[in-house]
Design a protein around this ligand. Structure first.
Ligand SMILES: NC(=O)c1ccc[n+]([C@@H]2O[C@H](COP(=O)([O-])OP(=O)(O)OC[C@H]3O[C@@H](n4cnc5c(N)ncnc54)[C@H](O)[C@@H]3O)[C@@H](O)[C@H]2O)c1
Length: 388
């Protein structure tokens, strides 16, 4: 099989995910990297070897004929521009979530993939979390009946470290953290509930991290993680501009009539995405979302602390509960063999659309918002495995 040559745009931070694709023994190798920060390019070179092509200008990477596929793992506000450029250059694209920070941006990416025929893949790695896959298996088996309600409580204890010190804290770069983080969870709820959101109502506010000490505008933003930073109000070094919410809540009506809710808090002392799906014959809930965790199932009436079935999930090797190496393998097989994937560009767009409209609702007196539909030919193209 022909060697698959990979380029990486945004080599630091999340860009480390792409290293899972450097598998020279399997004919897949990273050959180029683009980043505005040389420190990250040097680190990639150290990992891959001295022959790698490095540049500060991603457009130069896209001119390389030998590059077949590109990971775009740069910040959210660059996904649309860089993703479109990758597709226009005729290369397969692994695009990190969220797909873009606007619905128009997502639709432009989908239309460009349709027009060029370049392959588009979205990095929704939660679709490879063992806990999510187990809950999907239980729901799909029919054990808990027809799902009518889905809730997700999202506790984040690293919110102050990760999202209020750099670009994440500004609407112009992320739109907001409901979209930034919640794109994962909205996507999971759509997937497990078998339908997309039609209407959304949101409520959110910024009430804790606006009170923390800021850095000077002259000091560059730096997402610094430190487990000892507690309680939230004692934290320092926050962005000069914070116009995103630190608490987000939305309620969703799905096209199939089911209802869902998602709540996200950035100043919680612990971290977990806790989902529950309630059907006409039972309920499923995860306790822990990666590593060794449990899936509880109730199929009879009885006490909450006494589920009828408990599935113990073992830790899987690899970052994000083993989902990172798994999703990169899926991408490689998708590019090489056109396999059907767990992830979906249309679903990724629809999760962004709910994030955008949820933010619009919470910023406009909780007014209900309808999710704009995609043109049918685009939906058909992606449902057909990106074949016309
Ligand atoms: N799926 C997941 O589990 C997961 C986890 C973390 C982050 N992410 C996503 O990954 C993306 C990156 O997040 P991050 O926290 O690593 O961000 P980051 O700020 O650390 O940036 C990532 C890299 O992009 C580089 N970069 C910035 N501007 C660039 C430009 N113009 N051209 C090329 N490179 C540029 C940065 O120097 C850095 O090396 C985000 O979209 C985020 O949502 C996904």
């Amino acid at each position: 099989m022909k060697t698959l040559n990979i380029g990486v745009i945004g080599a630091g931070g999340r860009g480390c995910l792409a290293r899972n694709a450097h598998l020279p023994d399997e004919g897949v190798q990273i050959v180029a990297g683009a980043d505005v920060n040389n420190k990250h390019l040097d680190s990639l070179k150290e990992f891959v070897g001295k022959d790698i092509f490095l540049t500060n200008d991603y457009k130069k990477l896209l001119k390389l004929k030998e590059v077949d596929a590109v990971f775009v793992t740069s910040p959210d506000f660059l996904h649309e521009e860089q993703g479109v450029a990758v597709l226009e250059a005729g290369k397969a694209l692994y695009l990190e979530k969220p797909m873009a920070i606007s619905i128009e941006g997502c639709d432009r990416l989908l239309k460009t993939a349709y027009k060029t025929g370049s392959k588009l893949f979205l990095g929704h790695n939660m679709r490879h979390f063992p806990a999510i896959l187990k809950m999907k298996e239980i729901i799909d088996s029919g054990l808990i009946g027809e799902i009518q309600a889905g809730w997700c409580r999202h506790f984040i204890n690293y919110g102050g470290d990760a999202y209020f010190r750099d670009w994440h804290s500004e609407r112009r770069y992320s739109n907001g953290l409901l979209l930034q983080k919640g794109a994962h969870d909205i996507d999971v709820m759509h997937w497990l509930m078998g339908s997309y959101t039609q209407n959304v109502v949101g409520m959110g506010m910024l009430s804790v991290y606006n009170r923390c000490k800021r850095r000077s505008p002259k000091t560059p933003g730096c997402a610094k993680w430190d487990e000892n930073q507690w309680p939230p109000l004692k934290q320092t070094g926050f962005s000069p501009i914070i116009d995103v919410e630190d608490h987000n809540m939305i309620m969703m009506q799905l096209e199939n009539g089911a209802q869902a809710s998602y709540m996200q808090c950035h100043y919680a002392p612990d971290s977990e995405r806790n989902y529950t799906f309630i059907g006409t014959q039972g309920r499923v809930e995860n306790v822990g979302d990666h590593g060794g965790c449990e899936i509880h199932v109730w199929t009879q009436r009885g006490p909450r602390h006494d589920p009828d079935i408990i599935h113990n999930l073992k830790e899987v090797k690899g970052t994000h509960g083993g989902s990172d190496p798994a999703i990169v393998r899926e991408f490689i097989q998708f590019v090489r063999k056109g396999i059907k994937t767990n992830t979906s560009p249309v679903a990724a767009r629809n999760s962004v659309a709910v994030g955008v409209m949820g933010h619009r609702s919470m910023r406009n007196g909780c007014a209900p918002q309808r999710i704009p539909e995609l043109p049918k030919d685009l939906v058909r193209y992606f449902a057909n495995g990106q074949k016309k």
